[in-house]
Ligand binder design. Structure first.
Ligand code: HEC
Ligand code: HEC
Ligand SMILES: [Ca+2]
Ligand SMILES: [Ca+2]
Ligand SMILES: [Ca+2]
Length: 471
């Protein structure tokens, strides 16, 4: 296991540095000479987010400003906090007008509760649709009011008549929702290698029109919960070359794991660029992810996605504020670094080749926000797409992502997910009620890793979960 010693050395250096600066070189020297028996390691904050790491593991753990922001960015973060929490209302109104007319929720935080993930329910999820049997890119006689009805030149998600590419489940007065979304859970049994049985559940998502009129044929549905939004500035600041280096599209090293970058439409540059955000990496950066959230999730038109008549519900200042907020959140520190079970789990995580996709360590290049520049951090993602098998497949391609591919999600903060929002679940559609279930759904490129986990004895499985919960 290579990573941890490196991480420890880095932290030990920083820790020592501080003591030396404080004029306490003698004590630091003492600590060094006495070595591992001093509680030195216990005092070192695990730097999950580099210098943006904060030692907090409460329900507010995802909602803190990065501790290394300077005064200028700290103030902008505070302004962004207000934007992220602002609940929009039907226009005209004095405060935050412009909700809808069609929308999924009225504020960012309503879906990203406490900046963490959302539940699998109306008002928190997003259901994407497309009509794959339509000739690609054929314009549709839709209202052309929403960004999700405007087709990017390189998109392969033909919009559904009257629905575009995203189902707005709510509307302001006089605007019926585009569809009623119904989720029922289907259970399936499974057995661990040691004979212990388990039950998995997956959502069956169906759509119907509020007035009972039939849906068009051949609508493909992709149901997604909202992921957490902390640490994303660091992921944005990772140089493209680093991400492409980890890709192995033809699996030349023969480990069964490929990893492909998505290439997605950039509405600012009007060209295809690397995709990084969203469950299929279908958004290029945090500004466009936020702009699209305003337009599609809240019906709030903005400079990147104006209404067809050219009007905008919010200006660039608000859009940038929300973007800066998600760029500058602290990453909560790891826990349990000295716990033997957690350490065993971390070794097993490496042995089972989980780390081939969930890369433990990345380094940022430069970013407009100095606090994000040149940071070594531990997100456990490669930001690449992986074929996860037929059971997780939504069968809805999204730019270069196939119907079976998903972007490796970061695993940091995983142990806090249910502290931040009780009853939270895992995976893109929230089907996994526990971390064990999340792993057991892995297939495709991750089939061997999943099998390694499934056939471990209870102690080893518990250790992997203890490790995940320490993140
Ligand atoms: C209706 C619920 C909803 C609302 C409202 C919403 N989001 Fe999201 N958000 C989601 C979902 C669902 C995803 C995943 C989308 C996907 O994979 O296609 C997401 C993804 C994101 C991501 C990418 C996270 C990652 O790890 O890749 C960011 C950043 C984000 N949202 C920010 C915002 C901001 C800022 C706002 C307010 C302007 C907002 N969201 C409003 C549901 C919502
Ligand atoms: C081939 C790449 C790959 C490998 C190998 C892999 N994963 Fe994953 N992992 C993913 C992807 C992609 C997802 C998202 C799938 C989805 O949401 O449908 C994911 C999701 C998860 C999640 C849920 C995260 C969340 O935010 O809900 C956990 C937990 C997880 N993986 C743990 C593991 C463990 C433990 C192993 C090793 C036993 C492992 N993974 C091996 C790619 C991989
Ligand atoms: Ca509006
Ligand atoms: Ca729509
Ligand atoms: Ca490979």
């Amino acid at each position: 296991m290579m990573i941890k010693p490196i991480q420890f050395n880095l932290q030990r250096q920083q820790w020592l540095h501080r003591w030396v600066l404080g004029g306490m070189a003698a004590i630091a020297g003492m600590a060094l000479s006495i070595g591992l028996h001093l509680p030195v390691q216990a005092q070192i904050a695990p730097q999950a987010g580099g210098d943006t790491t904060l030692n907090i593991r409460s329900s507010q753990a995802f909602a803190q400003p990065a501790p290394n922001l300077d005064e200028f960015w700290d103030e902008r973060h505070a302004a962004g906090d207000l934007a992220f929490e602002a609940a929009f209302v039907t226009a005209p109104a004095n405060v935050n007008p412009g909700l809808g007319p069609l929308f999924n929720s009225s504020s960012c935080v309503a879906c990203h509760f406490n900046n963490g993930r959302g539940l699998q329910e109306k008002g928190q999820r997003v259901v994407r649709v497309s009509q794959l049997d339509r000739a690609e890119k054929t314009p549709l006689p839709v209202r052309q009011v929403y960004a999700d009805e405007i087709i990017a030149p390189s998109a392969n998600t033909p919009p559904v008549l009257g629905m575009g590419t995203q189902v707005q489940e709510q509307g302001i007065y006089g605007y019926p929702p585009e569809a009623i979304v119904d989720v029922t859970w289907q259970e399936q049994p499974g057995t661990y290698g040691d004979g212990t049985s388990y039950t998995l559940r997956s959502p069956q998502t169906t759509l119907s029109h509020w007035d009972g009129s039939p849906l068009p044929e051949g609508v493909v549905i992709s149901n997604r919960i909202a992921p957490g939004v902390f640490g994303l500035g660091l992921l944005e600041a990772v140089p493209e070359a680093t991400i492409l280096q980890a890709a192995d599209p033809e699996d030349l090293n023969g480990d069964g794991i490929s990893g492909r970058p998505n290439r997605v439409w950039d509405v600012v540059q009007q060209t295809d660029v690397l995709g990084r955000f969203g469950w299929k990496a279908n958004a290029p950066d945090l500004l466009q992810q936020s702009a699209s959230a305003y337009a599609n999730d809240m019906g709030v038109t903005n400079p990147l996605f104006p209404a067809v008549d050219g009007t905008e519900d919010i200006d660039m200042d608000i859009l940038e504020a929300a973007t800066i907020y998600v760029q500058t959140l602290a990453v909560p520190s790891r826990t349990g670094l000295n716990d033997a079970q957690v350490q065993q789990g971390e070794r097993l995580f490496a042995d089972a080749n989980c780390a081939a996709c969930h890369l433990s360590t990345l380094r940022t290049g430069t970013h407009d926000i100095p606090a994000l520049t040149h940071q070594t951090f531990h997100p456990y993602t490669d930001l690449l797409l992986h074929d996860m098998g037929t059971e997780l497949a939504d069968n809805r391609p999204d730019f270069q992502a196939s119907g079976a591919e998903w972007r490796t999600p970061p695993l940091w903060g995983l142990g806090l997910v249910q502290t931040v929002l009780p009853y939270s679940t895992y995976l893109h559609d929230g089907r996994a009620r526990t971390l064990e279930e999340a792993i057991l759904w892995h297939g495709g490129e991750a089939e061997a890793s999943k099998e390694a986990f499934r056939t471990m004895d209870t102690g080893d499985r518990d250790a992997i979960v203890a490790f995940l919960e320490s993140l």
